[in-house]
Design a protein around this ligand. Sequence first.
Ligand code: C2E
Ligand code: MG
Ligand code: MG
Ligand code: MG
Length: 280
Amino acid sequence: TLAVAPEGALLTAEDRHLEDRRRRVQLENALRRALDSGDFQVQYQPIIDLTSGEIVKAEALVRWEDPEVGRVPPDVFVPLAEQLGQIHVITDLVMREALREARRASVTLRRPLRIAVNLSPNDLNAPDFMDRLHRLMCEHPDAAQHLTFEVTESGALVNLEQTTRHLTTLRQWGFGLALDDFGTGHSALSVLQHLPIHHLKLDRTFVWGIEGNARQQVLTGAVMELAARLNVDVIAEGIETATHEAILRGMGCGLGQGYLYSRPHADPDWAALDGWPNVS
Ligand code: C2E
Ligand code: MG
Ligand code: MG
Ligand code: MG
């Protein structure tokens, strides 16, 4: 398809390349400004016990809306912040916000609630990462009991030995640990064997595939069994329908997250979301 320029002339591939380049520079500049001012929001999505409907934890998800470029999804700006060497700005902000929200939710729900923060491979490999976390714990002695870290398989594999060491220490300090996007990587099983994680998050593409797909159900069932033997809880991501939920529950999956229960919210009504029936 050929795009038409305002003057009516056809855009050449070169024009389009320049346009892409211009947009990318604009995005990068806007992101640099946001990183300087810490202009990000955090939303929270509950993680539900599939048998009782109770909220057992939640995930923090970063949001960015720029006055000029508009709302940009994290799948776009997180990798860009990584390339700029600035992801730690986002991680530190999300950790601190998540800690505040976890305290608030724990008061509302009258039981301790953890909130999960996504880590980038760059966080795990930054030379000062453990120092930053240690500082957070000195400032906020309740940080470890209120936070879980989510790492991806591919992130863990960048430097498996160092990641294993860091995660082992974090677990000793009392943080929760989850392996995110499980099933999308390549060497899932060997990673599981090494990492001292509490939870495994079954990627949403896995969840969406189980409806009416016998082979996918066999695979998912095998993951559940493996996780149970390794004493790791499975959290199913992206549960959108009652059918997804029923199949997963039938397979012994205890925990889930998805639009069926709630979309991410900046200021969730924790009490209203807790237990059946759920409101979104
Ligand atoms: P993720 O960690 O796997 O997060 C789950 C994503 O699935 C979120 O997308 C969430 O909104 C979405 N989701 C949850 N339930 C459903 C559902 O039922 N249906 C559908 N279609 N989607 C659902 P989101 O917020 O756009 O984030 C995308 C990815 O961006 C995250 O994937 C994570 O990799 C990254 N990300 C988000 N926040 C942060 C952050 O604070 N730090 C870092 N490093 N990465 C982040
Ligand atoms: Mg995650
Ligand atoms: Mg995920
Ligand atoms: Mg993901």
